[in-house]
Design a protein around this ligand. Sequence first.
Ligand SMILES: CC(C)(COP(=O)([O-])OP(=O)([O-])OC[C@H]1O[C@@H](n2cnc3c(N)ncnc32)[C@H](O)[C@@H]1OP(=O)([O-])[O-])[C@@H](O)C(=O)NCCC(=O)NCCSC(=O)C[C@@](C)(O)CC(=O)[O-]
Length: 306
Amino acid sequence: MSQSSNLPAQVSIFEVGARDGLQNEKPVSTQNKIRLIDDLAKAGVKRIEAGSFVSPKWVPQMADSMDVIQEMPRAKGVVYSALTPNMKGFELALASGIDEVAIFGAASESFSQKNINCSIEESIARFQPLMEAAQKANIKVRGYVSCVLGCPYEGHIESTAVAHVADVLHQMGCYEISLGDTIGIGTPINARRMVETVASKVPVEQLALHFHDTYGQALPNILACLETGVSVIDASVAGLGGCPYAKGASGNVATEDVVYMLHGMGVSTGIDLHLLAQAGHRISTALGRSSGSKVAQAIGHESAAL
Ligand SMILES: CC(C)(COP(=O)([O-])OP(=O)([O-])OC[C@H]1O[C@@H](n2cnc3c(N)ncnc32)[C@H](O)[C@@H]1OP(=O)([O-])[O-])[C@@H](O)C(=O)NCCC(=O)NCCSC(=O)C[C@@](C)(O)CC(=O)[O-]
């Protein structure tokens, strides 16, 4: 039972470390990625983003996504996902056997150009045939909106612009819209107002929070937004990552930190925090760095080598 009637009793964690995290770290082996995904599933994570079918020239770290997805063990009850920016990406994703895909747009014109080489309007046109193909293939599609609280190139972004893109993706058939604070610039009251504005267009049950922790604001922002009724949180184990097209952006909020905060407030996630921290330590070791999660650091490196 959650300790506040304003909080959901349960939160679904959407783990993005193997994609959003590793796309912006130095390359690790395919086997290390597979091990990470398996570790996450064993820790009780039920939604795992496993890779990305984007141009290997743009994001070389994701070039082995086909191998990762085809070789990774599939845990029962876990949904595995991959990013697909266009039809080429979708066809590869379909061939990989992934469970669901995600399209990704932005609320900022400049970020859209830098990230996917087209305007917001052109991106929507690119997504249309993908949505139709996904519907035919019975594949669910998630939608991302980047720069929901600010853009590295344009600065302030109006929440109404976020709501507009979220609404378009939702109307195109995305089952969930993930709101990305790509550069982690938001603060709690602004974040909450942004979610409320988007929720006037897209049902709050179909929204997810995707907050980077660049300014150390991700946890307070999440807490403020949970009180609007959102109950899906994207997070990256060990705080892996950043964004290749948002210079200086640090990783997503660390999954361990989110899970610790939620469990401490009586909100369940179904995740074993110690196994999760171990997963984070193992991939951090493979990257030659320490975990970016404060909670994982506090728990310590016990059993990291198991
Ligand atoms: C979208 C494109 C492909 C457009 O890139 P483009 O250059 O405009 O594409 P194009 O259609 O002109 O094709 C150019 C070349 O790319 C190839 N190509 C074309 N599509 C694919 C594909 N799917 N997979 C593999 N190859 C592909 C295509 O075959 C061709 O190859 P060539 O003939 O030159 O050898 C490119 O801009 C791209 O790959 N961008 C990806 C950027 C990216 O992955 N960013 C990070 C993910 S988004 C993110 O992290 C934010 C998020 C979601 O986490 C939320 C948040 O935090 O805000």
